[in-house]
Each structure stands twice: as C-alpha cells, then as structure tokens.
Design a protein around this ligand. Sequence first.
Ligand code: NAD
Length: 245
Amino acid sequence: MPVLAGRTAFVTGGASGIGRAIVDAYVREGAEVVIADRDAELAAKVSAQAGAAGHVAVDVSDETSVAAAVEAAMERLGRIDVLVNSAGILTEAPLVELDLRTWTETIAVDLTGVFLCCRHVVPHMIGRRWGRVINIASQLGIKGGHSLTHYAAAKAGVIGLTKSLALEVAEHNVLVNAIAPGPIETPLVAGITEEWKAAKRAELPLGRFGRPEEVAPTAVLLASEPGGNLYVGQTLGPNSGDVMP
Ligand code: NAD
C-alpha cells in the first residue's frame, strides 16, 4: 500500500526543482497534493502533469497571500496533513557588496516564508492531532557558503525554527523536520557561477550535484507515520556526506 494513501499535502515551491520532485513522489505514494507557488502558470502545468489535486498562487513572504492560499487549499483538500516548505530564492553576492534589498528579500522568502506557512497551517494540524512539517533547509545553513551570507543566514534560521517548533508541537502529534540538501541540479542554481559550481563538485563524494528525485524519498519518509516519528526535530542531509541520525 502506498505510504501516503489518504494523506493531503501542501507543497510550497512545488512547481519546480526539489518541490516538484516531492509533489511527484507524494502523488505516487497516494497523497492528494496542492502545489503552492509564486509561478501560477508553471504550477498549473506541473499540477496537471503530476496528477496533483490542484494549485494555488502564493507569495510565501506575504501573510495575506499565505492565508488565502492555505484557505483555498483547505477547501480543496478538506485538511492539510503534510506541509512542505520548499519555496526559495538564491542570489550570489559577497557581503561587502550585498544590498539591503537583497538581504531583506532573501530572509523574507527563505525564512519568513517558512514561518508564515507554519503559522497558518500548524494550528489546523494541532486541532486534528496529526501533522508533518518538512522544511527544505540547506547544507549552507549548517556550513556557511562563500558569497551566500544572506542565504546561509536564512537557512540557518530555518534549522533553528524547525528544531524549536518541533519541541513546541510534538505533544500534539505534529512532527517537524528539516532536510538540508547539498547542491542539487535545479533552476535555483542555474545562475550561480561555473567557478562556484566546479569548486562545489570537487568537494562532493559523488563528484556531481544531486538530483531533485534524490531528495524526495527523504520527504516521503518524513511525511510517513513511522518515518516522521523517528526523526522529530532532526535535520537530515542527503548528498552532503553527513551521517543520518
Ligand atoms: P527552484 O528554483 O527549482 O524552485 C523554487 C520554487 O519556489 C520555484 O517554483 C519558485 O517559483 C518558488 N518560489 C520562489 N519564491 C517564491 C515565493 N516568494 N512564494 C512562492 N513560491 C516561490 O529551486 P530548488 O532548488 O528546487 O529549491 C527548493 C528549495 O530547496 C529552496 O528552499 C532552496 O533554498 C532549497 N535548496 C536548494 C538547493 C539546490 O542546490 N538546488 C540546495 C539546498 C537547498
């Protein structure tokens, strides 16, 4: 039997990259999924291709937009069992050249967006005494990254948020985890310099970037009944060389 049969999921950033691979995997495992993405056109296309329950347009950094998207998804799905926060942006700039606008936008989407989606979905999970939250952090949030202070700071924040929220809501059977991938071949990294990518590749045990489909199985595990229970509050790091707890 598919491990997510009968479950419903709200996947931010589900129109592309890692989020999209998670949507595909969740649908394959029997979940009904709503894709929540800023790119509504792509989300509609991916939703049809993946056989998802539908899509909603959202800007995760805007509370009004998040509230409306969650309400629309609740109407479509009846409830949200699993929240995946995968929406994210990345730009490259050394701190001494970083402008406040880029800093603020990165924190708003990559960190505040996770807070807002949790803030609007988790109360429903608490009410039903079942929920799984999976936040896509990054190895850069653990190790830091050259010319990525803004992004690394946001992702370190996501890890702190994840561990703290896990402590707050575990008693309600709402389990919260983060996945901290190493570099994954997606449109997000398309704009990064070849020099940076080559240096990264040289560090990786496989000698190549990961693929979105290689991250998705961890998100399935964390959404499942036994997997979620094993890893409450953990940050797992596929493709990173980290030892899984
Ligand atoms: P991607 O660019 O392929 O997908 C990101 C998706 O988020 C896009 O569909 C985009 O439209 C959406 N999005 C961006 N801003 C949004 C907003 N304000 N509101 C709603 N949706 C928004 O990127 P990806 O590589 O799949 O990244 C997914 C997550 O994984 C991100 O949080 C990213 O930081 C993280 N991550 C990526 C890598 C990597 O190397 N690709 C590594 C570690 C972590």
